[in-house]
Design a binder for this molecule. Structure first.
Ligand code: 4NP
Length: 150
């Protein structure tokens, strides 16, 4: 089975949103995909996504409140066929840990390789609205372009 691991820094804002969006698409279109998310950092391990991420997801019909943050696991490189970084620093970190099959989500959806901005420290709720819109477009395009949704 094809499988996707979405990766950001804290695993409480961006990658849980990407995870929720991809899961919704997979459910609605009967795609056989295993989807998960993780952070490169350890600060928030075991926590639910941040309140604003839960809120913007809920406004779009997606419940991510049951997700719990985790870091990368030793077996992730062997488990996932696609590892998707939210920004270029995440991608660098994954490369230095020896991951292969790494994709940058900003390379999809017409965003020209842009980082998904980390909304945790800036911009209040409007930052989350922008991030949600970017992830909705890029995740859809990623699934299509990589042949995971035909
Ligand atoms: P994320 O955002 O990478 O989108 O989950 C972050 C949230 C919290 C922290 C870093 C990034 N933090 O360092 O606390």
């Amino acid at each position: 089975m094809q499988s996707i691991l979405f990766v950001c820094l804290g695993n409480i804002c961006r990658s849980p949103l990407a995870d929720g969006i991809a899961n919704k698409i997979a459910r609605e279109h009967d795609l056989e995909l295993h989807i998960d998310s993780a952070g490169t950092g350890e600060w928030h391990v075991g926590e639910a996504p941040c309140d604003n991420a839960i809120k913007i997801a809920a406004q779009n019909g997606i419940d991510i409140s049951g997700l719990r943050a985790r870091t990368l696991h030793r077996h992730d490189p062997d488990t996932f066929t696609h590892v998707v970084a939210m920004d270029r620093q995440n991608k660098k970190d994954l490369e230095s840990l020896g991951y292969e099959n790494i994709y940058l989500i900003g390379d999809y959806g017409g965003y020209g390789g842009a980082d998904v901005p980390d909304p945790y420290f800036f911009d209040g709720f409007s930052g989350f609205e922008k991030v949600y819109e970017m992830l909705d477009r890029t995740v859809r395009d990623f699934l299509k372009k990589e042949g995971l949704w035909s």
